[in-house]
Design a binder for this molecule. Structure first.
Ligand SMILES: [Zn+2]
Ligand SMILES: [Zn+2]
Length: 258
């Protein structure tokens, strides 16, 4: 099994126009897209729910032509008030991989411009408490996505981040491990939003709690970003003594050497 990108979007997500075929035409590896499932989305002021019937049908059609290389995925956005319907949606659908994210708090998305002016003392406890709740609330998830999303636009130095976040990150990573979720190395966070330093800090912290599962994702919204910075992500993991990552098929983890 060859490593493949485990975080990508197409026009089945509200914020991407990419076609599934364009990823399939890049190479002959497995392709999985992880489409946005963001209820009560303050960005669009509506529920953004992938049309599963259309998605599954299109994947079946493409799999006839592309040798069954196309898998199904979803990026589940945790929203406290919507947990029952999030789990109801997931219950009767087949996804190979489910990413678990916290994108918003019902009022604002953590990447909204206004967040840049908010206080880290407010955002960090709120964000990591939500993420901890998300793991308990959505037990079928496989991967904890972009742990740093809540601070992507927040101007913060690493020492302040450690001081404020570590009391939350240690129990968060312990919960991640207990629930057998993989820690996502998100290339977009590191090399588009400049949070490499946060991953340099968090990877050994997760390992120190006993973490053993890693997933690599570009978070591509178009083919140009497919497997973006993968060699950098692999080098970062190897530097910390990690020699394999996991990909999920039918919800089962498969180890892949890097
Ligand atoms: Zn996301
Ligand atoms: Zn995403």
């Amino acid at each position: 099994m060859k490593l493949y990108d485990q975080h990508m979007h197409t026009n089945f997500s509200y914020d991407s126009k990419e076609e599934l075929e364009n990823y399939l035409n890049l190479n002959d590896k497995f392709i999985v897209t992880t489409e946005h499932f963001d209820t009560s989305n303050p960005v669009t002021k509506k529920d953004d729910i992938p049309d599963y019937a259309a998605y599954a049908k299109r994947i079946d059609e493409l799999n006839q032509v592309y040798n069954n290389r196309l898998l199904k995925g979803v990026e589940v956005g945790y929203v406290k008030e919507d947990v029952a319907r999030i789990n109801a949606y997931l219950a009767d659908k087949d996804f190979d991989v489910k990413l678990l994210s916290v994108h918003h708090n019902g009022t604002y998305d953590y990447m909204d411009e206004e967040v840049a002016d908010m206080s880290p003392e407010q955002i960090i406890p709120e964000y990591y408490s939500s993420m901890l709740d998300a793991i308990e609330a959505i037990p079928s998830a496989n991967v904890l996505a972009h742990f740093d999303y809540g601070v992507r636009v927040l101007p913060i130095d690493i020492d302040t981040f450690k001081k404020l976040a570590e009391p939350y990150l240690i129990p968060l990573f312990q919960k991640t491990i207990e629930h057998q979720l993989a820690f996502e190395v998100n290339a977009k966070s590191m090399w588009k939003y400049g949070n490499e330093v946060l991953y340099e800090y968090a990877i050994p912290l997760y390992l120190a709690q006993g973490g053993k599962l890693f997933s690599i994702g570009s978070d591509a919204h178009s083919v140009e970003d497919y497997e973006s910075h993968f060699s950098d992500a692999i080098a970062l993991l190897k530097k910390h003594g990690v020699n394999d990552v996991v990909v999920y098929q039918k919800g089962k983890a498969i180890r892949v050497e890097i």
